[in-house]
Design a protein around this ligand. Structure first.
Ligand code: PAF
Length: 286
């Protein structure tokens, strides 16, 4: 299969390397005349060909375009790829949720939700936590299961599950990020170090607010206790990982807080729900 990876982040880079290790044809989306930066994993250097947005838009070769980007980069990217011909498949992966998402996302895109933990240490990529991934259509009424895509993603970064109810998985991932990422910044620590900090009560309050919002916005039932257990489980499995938010803060980049706890606080306020714990973290980290 042909793949085009959009985004210079740790996760997209890790996927690019892992796909290339599976003998897939992988290109990286770059600006005109810019080379694709090599990626390093386990002291090995991986080179990729570069493709510009203009080249991608007129390419006849069917590709899976994976946008592993920050939520705040999505609007600009989707504008750039608005004319993406139908032979290409767009797969989105980002932390958090956007306000009015249904109106902003192309209906025929797929979501790739993942709990793999990765960060960059200078030039080196570090796959610091084996997680799992789920794939599903943005519009659940789209029925065909892209079997080859799932098999290939599963071989590259296992396991990858087909999830017809991807929105449920996205809420769970949102909760995991809302419960882990801000605390790694506040305590300046790796994911695993959160486990001994006695954060369960605070996490339960955050999870309760997220669960109430998921119910009202999407009719999805999530048990707050299970969300806390899921977050603790991810923190355990990615114990050695530096969260994406901590990496952003250390690199002086904008964080995704507006699309995580900020999203929960804003949407809850609009619906008259209380989300004081998420509001507090949003304020603290903005
Ligand atoms: O944002 C992150 O860092 C990741 O989504 C996760 C799963 C919390 C692992 O660090």
């Amino acid at each position: 299969m042909n793949w085009v990876i959009v985004g210079q982040g740790a996760l997209g880079s890790l996927l690019a390397v892992k796909l290339q290790q599976q003998q897939q044809t992988v290109a990286v989306l770059t600006r005109a005349n810019a080379p694709a930066e090599p990626r390093w994993l386990d002291q090995q250097c991986y080179q990729f060909s570069a493709i510009t947005p203009a080249e991608l838009l007129c390419s006849q070769q069917p590709s899976t375009v994976v946008a592993a980007v920050k939520a705040y980069q999505l609007d600009a990217l989707l504008k750039q790829l608005a004319e993406l011909p139908t032979q290409h498949q767009l797969l989105l992966s980002y932390n958090g949720m956007l306000d009015n998402e249904a109106q902003r996302l192309p209906p025929n895109c797929l979501h790739w939700v993942t709990t793999h933990g990765a960060y960059r240490d200078a030039q080196q990529l570090v796959h610091a936590g084996a997680g799992e991934s789920w794939l599903g259509w943005q519009q659940p009424q789209l029925k065909p299961v892209p079997a080859e895509l799932i098999t290939t993603l599963s071989a590259a970064l296992p396991p990858c599950h087909w999830q017809p109810e991807i929105q449920r998985q996205r809420w769970q991932k949102l909760a995991i990020n809302c419960l882990i990422n801000p605390f790694t910044v506040i305590h300046n620590c790796l994911n695993g170090e959160l486990l001994g900090l006695g954060l369960e009560a605070e996490m339960l309050q955050l999870a309760g607010e997220i669960s109430a919002l998921a119910g009202r916005l999407d009719g999805i039932d999530l048990l707050p206790e299970q969300l806390v257990t899921a977050a603790m489980d991810v923190a355990t499995r990615t114990a050695a990982n530096r969260s994406s938010m901590l990496s952003d803060v250390r690199a002086g980049r904008r964080t995704e807080i507006d699309f995580l706890n900020g999203f929960v606080a804003r949407q809850s306020a609009q619906l008259g729900l209380t989300a004081s714990a998420n509001q507090l973290l949003w304020q603290q980290l903005s």
